[in-house]
Design a binder for this molecule. Structure first.
Ligand code: SIN
Length: 492
């Protein structure tokens, strides 16, 4: 491992570069892939590159793991294991954040925030484990009754993204383990070390070795095993809509249950009755969090014509205060993007918009003097529906401002996308708040806030943003089957 910052780890053993199959750390000789530090573009370390056989072995182990885990533990015991894992993650926040910040690039403060966010899913589902109730249903047959049981779906294939290397793992596997399932995780090849460190702590907490497997790989065909193997009963994926469709098609071959948390193209509407200070602060969080690389980031800022100039002025002022640099360094408030392709995409969106009439207010280029994958936080106005940014999620630090003149027009523009993950709007009119919240076609709506993600709130989309809900009381059900038991002839 090359980075100087890794020398500061309090527990260097958290830095694991091998895969995890049935409690064994696997690192086949010479089979590795590079993991880069986006802040410099240099190699951070090498991770074991596992293959199809490792997936098959992990699924073998997971099959017996889920049987033993569900039948051999009570919900309360599973909750206690999760609680212990939460305590360990919390105690190791600084180390986990260091690893996360180095491999992902996000600032250390954001990385710490993500570890706390990740831990919140573990504690949430530690509690939900014991609150999983069935029903007693009056039967339409004489002398009979119907009971329902919630049973674990079985082996779960979990494929997670690089933008939240910790939280997207815990948001999926904490409910799976709470339900009594076992998991085989394919972590992102950009950020595998956070996943491996979390898995190490999970084993220490008492998650049975056969219930938790982490198979890092660059081999896409090998990772498709999770979508095709009949022993995997559930596939949960966070990532692009394109890949989500491929995985869903593959999973259909064996009728797996799927949860797909996919792309977005979030509208962020500022009405003329909005508190502009609130709206600008929310735009900073919602647009520039993780350098614009979250699927709930605002992609289209729709601002009422009457307040547009003032909004642009205030937003640009705030954006110019962002301090771009290596995420792990003190004082840095905006890190790099994940790789060169991500930078090229933001630049292409900016060029395309400017060529079609957008006004560039700040940013709009790669910064000088920084070696990694950086792009200046950028604000453009005069955006329109013909621009790429209107139809395609930039996934980077570009705030594109469109204008509208009426509520109907704003809602029409907001919904004019095949995506439906999140949407935001700002208004101080209670009637409008209630109306527009219902009219937006998305799974999550932020009203007068840019922060909507939390363990207790159902996370997920509609339309091509996917299906299923994570977190919240609904997140556990994604990993459970309902069994109906009809008991007849009760007359005696
Ligand atoms: C994501 O970008 O996939 C998740 C963002 C969040 O949980 O807030």
């Amino acid at each position: 491992m090359s980075s100087d910052a890794l020398q500061t780890l309090r527990d260097p053993s958290l830095l694991v570069t091998a895969g995890l199959v049935s409690g064994q750390w696997r690192a086949p000789n010479g089979m590795t892939f590079h993991v880069y530090e986006p802040s410099s573009g240099t190699v951070l370390g090498n991770c074991a590159n596992l293959g199809r056989q490792d997936f098959l072995d992990a699924i073998d182990g997971a099959e017996s793991g889920t049987r033993i885990f569900h039948q051999g533990t009570t919900a309360k015991e599973r909750g206690a294991i999760l609680r212990k894992w939460f305590d360990l993650v919390t105690a190791n926040t600084e180390d986990l954040a260091t690893i996360l910040s180095l491999e992902n690039g996000k600032t250390f403060a954001e990385a710490k925030g993500e570890v706390i966010y990740a831990a919140s899913f573990i504690s949430w589902f530690a509690e939900e484990a014991t609150r999983s109730y069935g029903d007693t249903i009056p039967s339409s047959y004489a002398n009979a009754t119907v009971l329902t049981y919630k049973e674990p779906v079985g082996v779960c294939g979990i494929i997670t993204p690089w933008n939240f290397p910790a939280a997207m793992i815990t948001r999926k596997i904490a409910p799976a383990l709470a339900a009594g399932c076992s998991v085989v995780i394919k972590p992102p090849s950009e950020t595998p070390f956070t996943a491996l460190a979390l898995a190490k702590l999970a084993l220490v907490a008492g998650v049975p070795a056969d219930c938790l497997h982490v198979v890092p790989t660059r081999d896409r065909a090998a990772s498709m095993t999770l979508a095709t193997d009949p022993r995997v009963k559930k596939l949960s994926f966070t990532g692009s809509t394109g890949v989500g469709k491929i995985l869903t098609r593959a999973a259909a071959g064996t009728m797996k249950r799927v949860s797909m948390e996919l792309g977005g193209n979030a509208p962020f509407i500022v009405f003329d009755d909005a508190d502009l200070d609130v709206a600008v602060e929310a735009a900073m969080i919602c647009k520039f969090r993780c350098s614009g690389q979250t699927c709930v980031c605002a992609n289209r800022l729709l601002v009422h014509e009457k307040v547009k100039d003032e909004f642009v002025l205030r937003l640009v002022k705030q954006v110019r205060t962002l301090n771009l640099g290596r995420g792990i360094d003190e004082g840095v408030t905006q890190g790099p993007l994940v790789n060169a392709a991500a930078v090229n995409k933001v630049d292409a969106h900016v060029r395309d918009a400017v060529s079609k009439g957008a006004i560039l207010h700040t940013g709009g280029k790669r910064p000088e003097g920084l070696d990694g994958y950086f792009y200046e936080p950028t604000v453009i106005s005069n955006a329109n529906a013909q621009m790429e940014v209107a139809v395609d999620e930039t996934f980077g630090p570009l705030a594109a401002i469109f204008t509208f003149t009426s509520e109907d027009e704003a809602v029409r523009m907001a919904n004019a996308t095949e995506y439906g993950l999140s949407g935001y709007f700002f208004s101080q009119n209670i009637g409008r708040v209630m109306r527009v919240a219902r009219r937006l076609d998305c799974g999550m709506v932020g009203v007068n806030t840019g922060l909507i993600s939390a363990a207790e709130s159902p996370f997920g989309g509609v339309k091509e943003s996917g299906m299923g809900r994570e977190g919240s009381k609904y997140g556990l059900a994604e990993y459970q089957n309902i069994k109906a038991v009809t008991i007849g002839n009760l007359q005696n």
